[in-house]
Design a protein around this ligand. Structure first.
Ligand SMILES: [Fe+2]
Length: 330
């Protein structure tokens, strides 16, 4: 019989089932197959990890009590191995103790099944987790589109080509040097890539003008921070980097734009990206000048710090990083 109950969005979803009891494994395999899923089974954690490395898996159902590596540790391991933002794991336990659930949640489990369970309970949980996974991958995709767009826009102009990506990488590196978490470094990379996305809304004629800008043109260019914020506003995964897009032209002394924020009122990531953005712009070629050497750029930024432009601690950190990690003599 051809399975037919699976919805279009779950089509081809592969489910990994891990249980040391052959009977449970067969039961689960039959049930999920009838629902239309592709099923991979493993009697222990080691086999499961082998399958996970080879196959594309969309969701895992793990028995908690297994000899060798138990379900909690296997859950933790699978979550650390996946490159997806959301890989759903259901833990199956004979116990319904709160303590077991807390251990499961700590291991990263997304849902639980307590034995004995009803078939419909299992199927409903799987459907809703796969729906969430699908939604999440759409969000990731939207974010990729915007990141790609940001890079593509720059590619049109040989003078700014690669600037945003370099600002992203440098900001991420500085975050690491300042002891920030992996999530924060990841956000700093995205923030760096997207910080000037608002330039999309400004005419090239104004953006690349070699002569002095008129007051009206200067106002238009400044608006890129607001345009960028509006472009990224609907993207839920970019919400935490909106303050960088809006506030990367604020100054430590409160004389920047658009909000004239001062000191630590300026979001931390925006203070970081402001420094890496300016540094990369200085050491890059522009139509109206040759690139500065690294020494010249750092010297200039130190002077600007005294004039109140930069967060002094972050600038010091940036200079230290350049000395230590890049071996430059500054
Ligand atoms: Fe900018």
């Amino acid at each position: 019989m051809t399975p037919s109950r699976v919805s279009a969005e779950d089509k081809d979803a592969a489910i990994l089932v891990v249980d040391d009891h052959a009977f449970n494994l067969e039961l689960m395999e039959g049930l999920l197959y009838r629902e239309g899923y592709r099923v991979l089974t493993a009697p222990d954690a080691e086999t499961a990890l082998g399958l996970f490395r080879k196959e594309e898996v969309d969701l895992a159902i793990l028995d908690v009590m297994m000899p060798g590596m138990n379900g909690y540790d296997l859950c933790r391991k699978l979550k650390s191995m996946t490159d997806r933002r959301f890989f759903p794991v259901v833990l199956v336990t004979a116990l319904s103790e709160m303590e077991d659930k807390i251990t499961g949640l700590e291991a990263g489990a997304d849902d639980f099944l307590t034995k004995p369970f009803h078939t419909m309970e299992l199927v409903t949980k799987i459907r809703s987790l796969l729906r969430l996974r699908k939604l999440q991958s759409h969000l990731d995709h939207s974010e990729d589109v915007i990141l790609t767009l940001a890079i593509a826009i720059e590619a049109k102009d040989p003078y700014t080509k690669g600037h945003s990506e370099r600002v992203g990488s440098l900001s991420m590196e500085l975050g690491g040097f300042l002891g920030m978490s992996e999530d924060d470094r990841d956000s700093l990379f995205k923030a760096g890539v997207l910080h000037d996305i608002g330039k999309l809304g400004i005419e090239d004629r104004v953006l690349h003008k070699a002569e002095d800008l008129t007051d009206q043109e200067a106002k238009l260019v400044k608006d890129h921070v607001l345009i960028g914020e509006t472009i990224c506003m609907p993207l839920s995964s970019a919400r935490h980097i909106l303050p960088v897009i809006r506030n990367h032209h604020e100054r430590w002394d409160g004389q920047g734009f658009p909000d004239r924020l001062k000191g630590k009122d300026i979001p931390l990531f925006a203070r970081i990206v402001a420094i890496t953005d300016s540094f990369d712009a200085m050491v890059s070629l522009r139509p109206y000048r040759s690139p500065f050497t690294i020494d010249e750029a750092v010297g200039r930024m130190k002077a600007e710090k005294f004039l109140g432009q930069w967060d002094p601690d972050i600038l010091e950190g940036f200079i230290e990083m350049m000395k230590n990690q890049r071996g430059f003599i500054i």
